[in-house]
Design a protein around this ligand. Structure first.
Ligand code: GLP
Length: 241
């Protein structure tokens, strides 16, 4: 695991965007694993700027998002499909049909998860998986006690996550209690992983993930097992390392 500490959030975000755009330029048909959350908002606007400056061509890329809330359709403004369309897909030259998220409104969720895994395999696996980190130490929505070998499945959200993401909903009580998420095992299958963490609020959990024991209580700690994982953070998030 390589840890790269940048001066501030902007520099950490900028480096992450550059690595992703460089990867897409060197392999035009890259399969990208994408994440959501507040940290990624600035990242996607940075990627859009780079696209507009001619630094990346996404026309042959496919993307797979980590997760989606159960019960939120694409039109719901808090669904991750809406987030991705709004912040990234509508602003770059990607083929929308090659952008995939777990289907949180499928009639059979277990079947939808299996199909998602199959689709990733069909596309040859994920070249670069982008990750944030939640306050429980989750990657995707792999809450504490997620098996390190887990695959895409339905997961109940932890109270800390409901607290963290609830404020993004008009009425926090509206936030779904369950989500579909790639498993830790699915994530570890990516050829390369970049985790971006910024701000003091991430310092404690990042230190546990990077320097603590590998444990299913903190799914991000499983990244220590990955041969090509880069952690990009700012000085604030690195404070406890
Ligand atoms: C959500 C997502 C995670 C993401 C986390 C961090 O819970 N499911 O994939 O890492 O948010 O969010 P933020 O960037 O808002 O701190």
């Amino acid at each position: 695991m390589e840890v790269i500490i940048q001066k501030d959030a902007q520099a950490a975000t900028d480096l992450t965007a550059r690595l992703i755009c460089d990867a897409v330029q060197s392999k035009k048909d890259s399969v990208l694993g994408l994440a959501t959350g507040r940290t990624m908002e600035n990242l996607y606007s940075n990627i859009v700027k780079r696209y507009q400056a001619g630094e990346a061509d996404f026309s042959r890329c496919a993307t797979f998002n980590l997760d989606e809330y159960v019960g939120l359709a694409a039109e719901h403004t808090q669904s991750y499909r809406y987030y991705m369309n709004d912040l990234l897909f509508s602003k770059i030259n990607i083929n929308l049909e090659e952008t995939y998220l777990p289907n949180g409104v499928a009639p059979d969720l277990a079947e939808a998860c299996q199909q998602y895994e199959n689709k990733i395999l069909d596309k040859g696996g994920i070249d670069i998986q982008l990750l944030g980190i939640g306050n429980t130490g989750h990657i995707g929505f792999n809450e504490p006690l997620s098996s390190l070998a887990s695959r895409t499945r339905e997961k109940a959200l932890a109270p800390i996550t409901l607290e963290q993401n609830g404020p993004l909903f008009d009425d926090p009580a509206e936030m779904p209690r369950r989500a579909l998420t790639m498993g830790v095992g699915t994530i570890l299958d990516a050829k390369k992983i970049i985790l971006l963490a910024t701000g003091k609020s991430k310092a404690k959990i990042l230190a546990k993930a990077v320097e603590g024991p590998i444990t299913s209580m903190i799914s991000a700690s499983a990244l220590q097992l990955h041969p090509h994982c880069v952690i990009i953070c700012d000085e604030d998030a690195a404070e406890e390392l």
